[in-house]
Design a protein around this ligand. Structure first.
Ligand code: GLA
Length: 380
């Protein structure tokens, strides 16, 4: 008994360290909320947290990136407040875990990130999943259910924050596996981890550095256009999600031109993810690269979520020696692109792309080389 108390006290005083990765989607964009297949991977850029116990009834958070302190009184009702900014992600997770019956311990959490925020690499999902994992682990939950954690965080994003995203981001940062991408069926959550062996080639993330102010509202607009498309088809046959529609359904039943374009993207991108999975398993990187290019064109012309900055990246990248595929990644409307480039030509590639982008757009790019990492966890 005495030993147990001493052990707890030591734990109570020590700082515990946690990490949650961001994610990059290799292919399969805007399919998760349509019940399709996606292929993301967790990345070595992410959010770190130092956690200490408190002896009151509060969660107090600070961040190396943002100045204001977030203080949550665990005995009071928790509400969304616009001025709380990033603190709303923490509040939402605390509230929803309390709702699920977890007794939340009082903690002091210091965050620091090497993941750019708001750049389409899932900084918000990383923060949600990190907080959800910390709170459960600190509350003594063993074998934390990563998929349930991802689902709870998605609900926070959908209902507390108000972005009607799918499950891809939370799922990938919660369950990620080192050196593997995951092929996830977003309707059933069945998934397969596939090793990413790119040999002489490497993926590189390219940040447009464009501010993404309208991303949330444009995102919700695309989601509702897809719901319109689904309703047209459901007048003629029973399907649960747009991901189940055939090309004929889309061409014959959708009476609205915009909704039809969105649905065609969903259909074709879904096929590309499955083909890309085969390419990754066979090591056919050239074909994988062509699928990335086709994905970008579809997101530009049918889904209309790219914009001049992402188009300049993707369309310029593939004209530069060593690059075999490039596309936007994440929600779009700014944010990041991803390219597959021969390692020996990477430095020259970055230099040339940056030069052309800066001349056309007026400000430079940022590049992130990364490894594919494990999902959220405590660091020992
Ligand atoms: C954002 C959303 C995801 C997904 C992507 C687009 O990252 O959070 O759920 O819809 O956009 O693929």
């Amino acid at each position: 008994m005495l030993k147990q108390v001493q052990h707890d006290e030591i734990k109570y005083m020590k700082t515990r360290k946690y990490f949650c990765p961001g994610r990059v989607c290799l292919i399969g964009e805007h399919l998760d909320y349509n019940g399709g297949f996606v292929m993301p991977a967790a990345i070595s850029l992410g959010i770190h947290a130092n956690v200490k116990s408190r002896n009151d009834n509060k969660i107090v958070c600070s961040s190396a990136q943002f100045s204001h302190i977030v203080e949550i009184d665990l005995s009071q009702p928790i509400e969304h407040e616009t001025q709380a900014g990033w603190g709303n992600y923490v509040k939402g997770v605390v509230k929803y875990l309390q709702g699920a019956g977890l007794i939340i311990p009082a903690l002091e959490i210091e965050f620091s990130a090497d993941l750019p925020s708001g750049a389409g690499l899932s900084s918000s999902a990383a923060l949600e999943v990190l907080v959800a994992y910390i709170l459960q682990n600190e509350a003594g939950i063993e074998n934390i259910d990563r998929i349930k954690t991802a689902l709870l965080c998605k609900e926070v994003e959908n209902d507390f924050i108000g972005v009607k995203c799918g499950i891809m981001d939370q799922f990938s940062v919660a369950t990620g596996k080192k050196e593997h991408a995951v092929i996830l069926n977003c309707e059933t959550l069945e998934h397969e981890f596939v090793p990413v062996n790119t040999g002489d080639y490497g993926f590189i993330i390219i940040n447009t550095n464009k501010r993404r102010e309208l991303a949330g509202s444009k995102f919700n607009e695309r989601k509702s256009e897809c719901e319109t498309a689904l309703k047209f088809i459901q007048k003629h046959k029973t399907i649960k999600s747009l991901g189940e529609a055939t090309k004929e359904d889309i061409l014959n039943f959708i009476e609205d031109a915009t909704a039809q374009k969105r649905a065609l993207h969903v259909f074709e991108e879904n096929q590309r993810v499955q083909l890309a999975g085969g390419c990754l398993k066979k090591g056919d990187l050239l074909q994988f690269g062509l699928l990335m290019n086709a994905s970008h064109q579809s997101l530009k012309n049918l889904y209309e979520v790219t914009g001049i900055e992402l188009d300049t990246i993707a369309e310029t990248a593939i004209t530069i020696s060593g690059c075999i595929g490039a596309r936007m990644t994440g929600a779009g409307f700014g944010g990041c692109g991803i390219a597959l480039v021969k390692k020996s030509e990477m430095n020259l590639f970055k230099e040339k792309l940056n030069e052309i982008y800066t001349a056309q757009i007026g400000y430079p790019l940022s590049f992130y080389e990364f490894e594919i990492s494990d999902g959220v966890g405590e660091k020992h």
